[in-house]
Design a protein around this ligand. Sequence first.
Ligand code: SF4
Ligand SMILES: [Zn+2]
Length: 315
Amino acid sequence: MHDGYDNRTIVALRGPKNEVDPYIPYHFLHEQEPGLSGNIELVNTIFLTGKECVYKCLMCDLWKNTLNEAAPFSAIAQQIDYALERLPAADAIKLYNSGNFFDTKAISPLAYPSIVSRLTHYKRVVVENHPKLCNDHCLEFNELLDGRLEVAMGLETIHPEALSKLNKQLTPDDFRKAARFLTGHGIDVRTFVLLNPPYLTDPKESVAWTLRSIQFAFDSGAARCSVIPVRPGNGVMEVLQREGHYIPPSLAMLEEVMDTALLFGQGQVFVDTWDIGFLSSCPLCFEARKERLEKMNLTQKVIPSIPCSCIRSYG
Ligand code: SF4
Ligand SMILES: [Zn+2]
């Protein structure tokens, strides 16, 4: 087995990017999720069009909707205006930029005041950022905000081999330090944890490592964890699948993670139900099982599972 893939190889295996406009977010939506006190919050999520992330993680496909250079100085604020003119009022806002909000080469700190001026009505503002880029810029942005800041960081997995081969340039300790830095300054932490990262191909082991990673995130101070089932589609993932280093997870695995992690009682757990059709081959139960997971995301309670003849262990 070789030592994994580096930036050059990962980029060389990619297909073309989508055409995006630096003044228009590539997507936005209105959703609901529980607030930290359990009340249901309305959330506006804006997927900003920004500069491609400096990291090149093995499983990432966010580069598809990015620019090669930073968006012009005023463009991020204009994108927020574009989305908010089309979205209803909400309690919280997520600004996801397919990279790291506090990467100053992607978003200049000089743009923070104009961005923040668009966010005055929100109680909570969520941005995404790599743990190694959690620094004084987070504090600077937080100081300007009226609402509470939450930083979403990918821990991905704490499996030593899988994490080092993800090319994320991260250790669990880096994550823990970043989480402590943020929570120590009154900033909440949300964490992304993967189900079936490359190099974890035994279903039982994979579920167990996802659960361990969630526990590690909570122990480090995260208030919530979002579980992302790893999908193919970025070039290198197809190669890994052919090599036997990646298998797509099943819906039953995702259900087991959710059913178990909610019982930890350590923090909120969400599973990403966006485009999870690839997890199931049964048209009879898929929609009902997806709806069950969405209801559990919202209520944070385990509800009875959906019976179907297709369901066997990890079916
Ligand atoms: S740090 Fe995040 S956005 Fe950047 S390559 Fe990794 S997963 Fe993708
Ligand atoms: Zn079924």
